[in-house]
Design a protein around this ligand. Structure first.
Ligand SMILES: *Cc1c(COP(=O)(O)O)cnc(C)c1O
Length: 428
């Protein structure tokens, strides 16, 4: 039987760093990534035949768990009907209808192939609508890997300890302003758009203050800037209709990805008909894509959205809230301190040797994520068959496939892992 090491060595020879996305590399936790051959529900199995309870869940793309039978059935059927045409298909209409029916301010969406593309295109629309150049993002929020948005990017960029990226010109970021999360910035009439993760989930989890998003709405309106919710994680995960419903704040543009692809590559951006009328072919803002609205991806996405009910979101949120309380207790019983911020089914986990409060911005989150405790905790969990994300800046994704027994086993493992982390040499 082949090993994870053998596969990773082969990968290293032909794929830079052995991975197609840096967060998968184990660079920040050390060791060799497990190479996944299959997944089923809450579990993934690696090339050595080891099965893990998976809390990565493709960084939030999977809401029902892996290889859900109904999604697989739908995909088989869709594949048999042809996978891409370069012509309109019913599938893209159905998915767009489902999304716009749920999210009150979302009248139209354009489908693309990734979250990065969705945000990049939304920014272009905002600039086209306002005829302004500047955009503002918040420190530690991740909006995909396009040039203008990698500054202070959270997630993998933070994991590798980078402020941004080489290969991005000063010109590309000259119009990007960065402000601390949870403080409403004072804008002026040069700002086209403010981009925000309604719940910041790429610097571990930082929740918005109660009035943050509403005040941001007011400030955008004051100067005529568009408010963009990057809902690539929160969309159709935070709740049935995402962040707008959850927080009662309506943005001008929404970006989606992850969940709406049902495990296949999809992104989307949308808003009111008026704003979207700027987009080609109706308007002057160009945007396109050979595989946009791909039949396989829209089939999987629509199947998932169709299967997940309002009750499922309530159930998942309740399950996660209970899990969080137990995780917290498990870590504390081992002599460490934890914070487990929860919003809907979104769950963060911070560890520390001292008592602390939920972080409110990237500076506070970073101090906790970089305190050296996550690395031994992560490996002790992995040794017990629990796969957390290989980086402290990611959140814990609980899917609808995770059973109470899976969560209970995870809590048991966390108690042991916290003991290990508490005793670990902080410099090792
Ligand atoms: C994952 C993510 C993106 C980028 O989506 P990709 O599909 O990886 O390009 C953008 N914004 C947020 C908030 C994300 O979590």
């Amino acid at each position: 039987m082949s090993t994870n090491q053998e596969w990773f060595d082969r990968a290293l020879a032909v794929i830079p760093g052995g991975v197609d996305s840096p967060v998968r590399s184990f660079r920040s936790v050390g060791g060799t990534p497990y190479t996944v051959v299959s997944g089923s529900g809450a579990y993934v199995t690696d090339v050595e035949g080891r099965t893990y309870i998976d809390y990565v869940q493709s960084y939030g793309a999977s809401l029902l768990g892996h290889a859900h039978p109904a999604v697989v059935r739908r995909l088989r059927q869709a594949a048999g009907e042809g996978t891409t045409f370069g012509a309109p298909t019913p599938g893209e209409v159905l998915l767009a209808e489902m999304m716009t029916e749920r999210v009150p301010g979302l009248e139209q969406v354009r489908l693309v192939s990734s979250g990065t593309e969705a945000v990049m295109s939304a920014v272009r629309v905002a600039r086209g609508v306002t005829s302004r150049n500047k955009i503002l993002k918040f420190d530690g929020c991740y909006h995909g890997h396009s040039d203008a948005l990698l500054v202070a990017g959270g997630s993998g960029v933070a994991q590798l300890g980078l402020p941004g990226s080489a290969g991005v010109t000063a010109g590309a970021v000259a119009d990007t302003l960065v402000a601390p999360y949870n403080v409403v910035p004072t804008l002026d009439e040069t700002v086209a758009a403010v981009l925000v993760e309604p719940v910041a989930a790429n610097m571990n989890l930082v929740a918005p203050h109660p009035e943050f998003l509403a005040q941001l709405r007011v400030e955008c309106d004051r100067v005529g800037a568009l408010l963009i919710f990057d809902e690539v994680i929160t969309g159709f995960r935070l709740g049935y209709a995402g962040a707008e419903e959850y927080f009662g704040v309506t943005p001008d543009l929404y970006c989606f990805g992850k969940v709406i692809g049902g495990g296949l590559p999809v992104g989307a951006f949308g808003g009111s008909r008026e704003v979207l009328s700027y987009l080609a072919p109706a308007g002057p803002v160009y945007q396109a894509g050979t595989l946009s609205g791909n039949p396989l991806a829209t089939a999987a996405g629509a199947e998932v959205l169709g299967l997940v009910t309002q009750d499922d979101y309530a159930l998942l949120s309740a399950r996660v809230a209970h899990f969080a309380t137990q995780l917290d207790a498990a870590v504390r019983s081992a002599g460490l301190f934890a914070r487990v911020p929860v919003r809907g089914p979104l769950l963060g986990l911070y560890l520390s040797r001292e008592e602390f409060d939920d972080p409110e911005n990237f500076d506070q989150a970073r101090r906790l994520c970089d305190n050296g405790l996550y690395r031994p905790f992560f490996h002790a969990m992995l040794d017990q068959g629990i796969a957390l994300a290989p980086g402290a800046y990611e959140i814990i994704f609980v899917s609808l496939a995770h059973s109470d027994a899976d969560l209970a086993r995870t809590v048991e493992a966390a108690m042991h892992a916290a003991h290990v982390a508490a005793g670990a040499d902080p410099l090792s």
